[in-house]
Design a protein around this ligand. Structure first.
Ligand code: ADP
Ligand code: MG
Length: 464
């Protein structure tokens, strides 16, 4: 049986892989790791949820372990199309680099203040994971020295290089190549829209192209289309959620207005949900992700800002409020479920006028997505899943030397809450998050109001 020992990875990485319970490489990792680790330029087209992040994470960090980077400059630059993805990838690389000394992984994205990011850059990050807009700002101010970059990764490469971003990307890529020599350039996506060769030719040198045949098969995602009347879509979503009762579902809408309207309707119906769209403040976007992934909300209603790369465990269902015009968008949306070999259900609502798009998808995929009629679907108010936890924000974090253990200790010992009432705890730089059972919220908030934690008064509040 194969495992990660077959690759020449440094001991720190092998230890982290064991700690993180990655015992076997996925088929995708097996197909691309030898070329990636040999230092070649590689373009990888492999299905959603197949572990592409770990593949480039190991590549970057193993190279880092072999060639100590100059202390001041990042050794690798990873570009992602959305802030949430940059944050997620950065977090995954942090976990992987845990055993490697002085290996700081820094996320840089817009929507938050620039000054703290600039000061973090002065502490020599080994890897920068960024969105194009923010990193472009920083490079053009001369605040990011790219001369030490050995690996450049474009995650969701087709999205990054498509029309909207391509000028920015060209500028960033030429800045990297101007300052650094011998850069290994890596492209990853589940979809290249048939352009993998031409994109590779433009951005890479003598690249290995690894387009996995099963990139488009979704054996583990059960797809169904429901026929709806154009004005019954919102009712259909409520009905489907109460019928299937997924613990966790993402509904993709086409526009921000659709998100807002559906959110209003579903919360009036009694669902506990979060919204995610590009007009929200960054702290609201971050809260949405954290509440949804910590099981403090069962439904996330989102635009396509959530369709690329997000890896949230146990999302059992994706609903497309409308069918997308483009098969690649559809592929990424439904790929939020059925990750890492799990199974998932993807439901697409269609009316008479857009049935033709579904027929088009079927033809392109040689699939036959069944069409069901929605007349029989009923909304059952008594079958609405409720979230397991409520989210609490704590106004202190790593910068205040607060750790996960400190929070757990305060809640269990000071507030005397049994640990079975506590879910996910996350500590960020300035603040922290804890998911707790509803019945324990009051006591925990009272404890924070009345007692000191680690010798300090720390404010805490329920996230609404
Ligand atoms: P992709 O980028 O291909 O869509 P991700 O890199 O987000 O997929 O990985 C999907 C999930 O699979 C993640 O939760 C990740 O932790 C998990 N994963 C990655 N590699 C392995 C592995 N070798 N064994 C088990 N789980 C893995
Ligand atoms: Mg990915």
């Amino acid at each position: 049986m194969s495992n990660f020992q077959q690759y020449e990875l440094c001991d720190e990485l092998l230890t982290s892989l064991t700690d993180l319970k990655y015992s076997e490489p996925t088929a995708t990792q097996e197909a691309c790791l030898p070329d990636l680790l040999s230092g070649k330029d590689v373009a990888v087209e492999a299905k959603t949820g197949s572990g592409k992040t770990l593949a480039f994470g190991l590549t970057i960090l193993n190279k880092l372990s072999q060639t100590p980077a100059s202390a001041q400059h990042p050794h690798a630059l990873v570009l992602c199309p959305t802030r949430e993805l940059a944050e997620q990838v950065s977090y995954q690389l942090q976990l992987l680099a845990k055993k490697m000394a002085n290996t700081k992984i820094l996320p840089l994205f817009g929507g938050v203040a620039l000054a703290p990011q600039l000061s973090s850059l002065r502490h020599a990050p080994a890897v920068v994971v960024a969105t194009p807009g923010r990193v472009l700002d920083i490079i053009s101010q001369g605040k990011l020295d790219l001369s030490g970059v050995k690996t450049l990764v474009l995650d969701e490469a087709d999205r990054m290089l498509d029309m909207g971003f391509s000028d920015q990307m060209d500028w960033i890529l030429s800045a990297v190549h101007k300052q650094a020599k011998g850069v290994q350039t890596l492209l990853f996506s589940a979809t290249f829209g048939g352009n993998i060769k031409s994109l590779s030719k433009t951005y890479q040198k003598n690249a290995e192209i690894i387009a996995l045949k099963d990139a488009h098969t979704r054996a583990n995602i059960d797809q169904v289309a429901y026929k709806v009347q154009a004005d019954k879509r919102e009712y259909a979503v409520a009905a489907l959620l109460s019928e299937y009762q997924p613990d966790s579902a993402i509904v993709f809408c086409q526009t921000k207005l659709e998100v807002a309207s559906l959110a209003q309707k579903l919360s009036d119906d009694g669902f506990t949900l979060v919204q995610l769209q590009g007009d929200m403040e960054q702290f609201e976007r971050s809260n949405a992700i954290i509440l949804f992934s910590a099981d403090c909300a069962n439904v996330m209603i989102a635009t396509d800002v959530a369709s690329r790369g997000l890896d949230i465990a146990n999302v059992g269902m994706v609903i497309n409020f409308r069918i997308s015009d483009d098969l690649d968008i559809h592929t990424h949306r439904i790929g939020r479920t059925g990750r890492a070999g799990e199974t998932g259900i993807a439901i697409t609502l269609i009316d008479d006028s857009d049935e033709i798009k579904l027929i088009g998808f079927n033809a392109q995929l040689s699939e036959d997505i069944p069409i069901k009629q929605s007349q029989a679907l009923r909304f059952h108010a008594n079958r609405i899943k409720q979230p397991a936890y409520v989210g609490i924000q704590i106004d202190a974090g790593k910068k205040h030397k607060l750790s996960k253990g400190d929070i757990l200790g305060a809640i269990t010992k000071q507030a005397k809450i049994p640990s079975k009432d506590i879910g996910k705890i996350q500590v960020a730089a300035q603040k922290s998050f804890a998911a707790v059972k509803l019945r324990s919220v009051k006591r925990i908030l009272m404890m924070f109001r009345e007692e000191k934690v680690k010798g300090k008064r720390i404010r805490a509040r329920k996230i609404e």
